[in-house]
Write a protein that binds this ligand. Sequence first.
Ligand SMILES: Cc1ncc(COP(=O)(O)O)c(C=O)c1O
Length: 394
Amino acid sequence: MSSQDIFFKHQAQTTPFAKALEISHSEGMFIYDIDGKRYLDLVAGVSACTLGHAHPNIINAINTQVKRYLHVMVYGEYIQSPQYKLAQLLAQNLPKKLDCTYFVNSGCEAIEGAMKLAKRKTSRSKIISFHNSYHGSTHGALSIMGQEHYKTKYRPLLGDCYQIPYDCISALQKIDYQTAAVVVEPIQGASGFRVPSTLWLKQLSKRCKEVGAQLIFDEIQTCFGRTGKLFALQTFDVVPDILCLAKGMGGGMAIGAFISSKEDMALLKENPMLGHITTFGGHPVNCAASLATLQTLLDEPDIIDSVIRKEKLFRDNLVHPKIKEIRGKGLMLAVELGNKDWCNALVEKGYENGLITFFFLFTKTSVRISPPLNISDEQIVEACQKIKHILNQF
Ligand SMILES: Cc1ncc(COP(=O)(O)O)c(C=O)c1O
C-alpha cells in the first residue's frame, strides 16, 4: 500500500477532502514535500509556528531538554526548570494580576481549565460566549461555541451556556449576576478574523466587573505577537481575569496554558483538591520549546515590532478586483473574496504554485493568511504576487 492508501485507510480524517500533502521536512518559511517541492507557508500550522519551521533556538532547546529528561511525573508535583522558567517569564511580561500559570496540553484544555476556575471563583455556573466564537472541540469548549451547526449532533452539552452577539454593546446586558464567566476571543478566528471595537471590549470588561463575572480571554490564536503585541490584551488595553494561551506559544510544540492570579489559582488545590489534573500538561520538552520561543521574541523585539508593518505590506500588495476586503490585525489576515469557489481555487492553485493558504472553519468566502511572524518582506511581496497571479486565472 502507498503512504496515501495507509493514511486514508488507517488514519482518522476530519473532512472528506484532506489535502494529503506528504511532508518531507520543513525549515524557515518553507515546507517541503517528498517530491522535493517547496511551499511558502502562509498558514504556520494555523497560527502555531510563530517563528517558522525548525527555528534553531527552538530546536536547540528541544534537543537540550530531550537529553535531560522527558516526562517524569504528573503535572504540578515536581520542580522542572522549563516549566517554572516559562511561568516566571510569562508573569514578567503580563499584567501584574496574571502571575500564575497552569500549563496544559492544548487550547481546548486551557479553555476547560479556565471555565472550571471561573466556576470555583464565583460559585456560579452560567457561561456566556459569543456568536461565531470558536474555543475548541472538547465537550466543554464545544458548549460555548457560537455555531450551532457544529454542536447539534453532540447534544446534550454543558448546561447554562449562552451565546450573545459579538461586538454589540447592548447585548452586554445579558451578562448578569448569575454569570460565572464570559469567554471571548479578542479577535474572532474561525469566523474569518473579525476585529471588535476597543470600546466594546472595554465595556465588556466593565460589565463583567459590575456583576462579578470572570472575564476569560481566549488568546489561543492571538498570543505571542500575532497582533503586533506579545498579547492582544495589550493591543486592546483590557486585562482579563483569566487568560488562555496555546498554539503560537509552543513554537510548533503542543502546549496550552490558563493564567490567573496566584490567589485565584489556589482554588484548584483545595476543597476538593486536584481541581484540574493533567498527565502531560506542560511537558518539559514542550515548555522548553515555548520558553525558547518567548525568549527569542523578547531578545529580538524587531520580530513583533515588524508585525504591523508586515500587515500593511500584505494590504498594500493584495489589491485586486477579486479581493473585496482584507480583515484582521497584524499577521492574522482574512482575504475576503465573497465567493466560495474562488476560495477553493485559490487554496488549491496555491499548492500548485508552491504557496500554502488555508480556509476558515465558519466562513467559506475568505482565505486565511497567518504566516510565521519572521516572514521577510520579500517573501510577503512574492506571496502576494502569486495570489494575484492565481486570482487572474479565473
Ligand atoms: C481561538 C481558539 N480557541 C481555542 C482553540 C482550540 O485550540 P486546540 O485546537 O489547541 O484545542 C483554537 C484552535 O483553533 C482557537 O483558534
